[in-house]
Design a protein around this ligand. Structure first.
Ligand code: SF4
Ligand code: SF4
Length: 437
């Protein structure tokens, strides 16, 4: 399998091995080895939860640098809708868009604009026959990767439609080539201003074998600090924004779903809630739902780790900004029943790609599973993390599958030593046999 390129990584010098991240990683991707955290790249979904939890800032997100893009002839900024919620007293998004031009971008294309088009296509998709309900949104790359790693029965529930970031990248390049026929496609840099590291990983890896239409992903906080120095409150900016209430609503939880005008929806945010909802859907607990909007970050994209503002405050600001906007500035001209273009759809089906399979051979896999169950039952069930695994069950898997020694569990060892103290003959018996319980 091709190695997945991650944006979340560890600064080993700063890591104290404190186990805070270990306990909160939703996919149990972290272990503590030799006094510091190690991330299993096969299982990490770039949710950024470990960045939020680390008290020593040892976990970090890697983005492209604004300065790296200078070499490109024509730079187009793609601000995410959540970007507008970062600014105090902003009453017109054109101040932000003008600021982006002032710091060196040649053009801007709002992702909110593409989001309004995706909303229209989603409505059409939901009216088709043979749709697998509930339809799950595809906008959050953390959720999509999580489903492909862990929820085999939900892969065909994910709407097979490219997220707004992709459509925005594609449209931005096409429009630039039309406006400036002297440009070649390679002269153009499409730069997404991202609230989270998962979007950076998504762009680096491409999606389902296709290269992303976005070329660079810069952090929202990086651009925010460049922008506040140049934004001029006393100069009325040119009216360039082309998005409405619907596009802006995608920034926070429930915005995408409520724009579908279909009451049978559920919207959840925060990675733990997302996993809970996916578990429930997989077990068939929500038969009445038609659409499920899931966002890994608390509050939706406004809660991404690369934002600067508290997500609740950002959300309130966006509500105020939306108030005077038209519902949408991107209604499709064609009749509502006319479907959608081929290129908006996933290039191929989303596939379940499990990692950490016990074994290719079914009987060996069953045997390993049984060994894990037996060992897990003999462990203290404290989930203390002192062995370097997040739970006793994960430690049992590490012993059976990953060659760790059960002696690394200090509670198990203490109990064993205490038993040996009471019954010294046991040592002679055990030393001649297997080391496992
Ligand atoms: S939270 Fe994780 S990365 Fe941060 S110091 Fe503790 S073990 Fe290291
Ligand atoms: S980014 Fe998320 S999945 Fe990856 S190691 Fe951190 S907490 Fe775990």
């Amino acid at each position: 399998m091709k190695q997945y390129k991650h944006s979340v990584s560890l600064d080993i010098e700063k890591c104290k091995g404190c186990t805070n991240c270990l306990k909160r990683c939703p996919t149990e991707a972290i272990r503590i080895r030799d006094g510091h955290a190690v991330i299993n790249s096969d299982v990490c979904i770039d949710c950024g939860e470990c960045i939020r939890r680390c008290p020593y800032q040892a976990k970090k997100a890697t983005f492209d640098h604004f300065e790296d893009i200078d070499a490109k002839k024509y730079r187009i900024a793609l601000p995410a809708p959540s970007f507008y919620g970062q600014f105090v007293d902003l009453d017109d998004v054109d101040y932000v868009l003008q600021g982006l031009l002032d710091i060196g971008f040649n053009d801007v294309f709002e992702v909110a604009r593409a989001a309004e088009i995706v909303t229209e296509y989603t409505r059409r998709y939901m009216r088709e026959e043979n749709v697998s309900y509930p339809v799950i949104n595809s906008a959050c790359p953390v959720v999509v990767r999580l489903i492909t790693l862990r929820f085999p029965y939900l892969c065909d529930h994910v709407i097979p439609m490219m997220p707004p970031i992709e459509l925005a990248g594609k449209m931005a390049r096409e429009e630039a080539l039309q406006k400036h026929p002297e440009l070649k496609p390679e002269d153009i840099a499409i730069v997404f201003i991202s609230p989270c590291p998962a979007k950076a990983s998504y762009v680096k890896n491409g999606f389902l074998g296709e290269k992303s239409h976005v070329d660079y992903v810069v952090s929202m906080s990086d651009i925010y600090f460049k922008l506040i120095g140049v934004m001029k409150k006393n100069v009325i900016p040119k009216a360039v924004s082309q998005s409405g209430m619907i596009g802006m609503s995608w920034a926070s939880t429930g915005g995408e779903a409520s724009a579908l005008f279909n009451d049978k929806y559920l919207a959840a945010d925060g990675i733990e809630n997302v996993i809970r909802v996916l578990d429930e859907i997989e077990t068939g607990h929500f038969p009445m739902l038609q659409f499920v909007e899931l966002n890994a970050c608390p509050g939706g994209c406004v809660g991404g780790v690369a934002t600067v503002e508290n997500p609740y405050i950002a959300r309130v600001r966006l509500q105020a900004l939306r108030r005077y906007l038209p519902v949408s500035q991107n209604r499709l001209e064609k009749d509502d029943n006319e479907g959608y273009p081929e290129e908006i759809l996933f290039p191929k089906d989303l596939e379940y790609r499990p990692v950490g399979k016990f074994d290719e051979d079914l009987s060996t896999a069953m045997q390993k599973m049984s060994e894990i169950e037996t060992l897990a039952a003999s462990l203290p069930a404290l989930d203390c993390g002192s062995c370097g695994a997040p739970t006793c069950r994960a430690f049992a898997e590490d012993v059976v599958l990953g060659g760790r020694s059960v002696d690394e569990c200090i509670v198990y060892m203490r109990e064993r030593i205490s038993e040996l103290g009471k019954n010294p003959e046991q040592e002679t018996d055990q030393s001649s046999g297997e080391d496992q319980p």
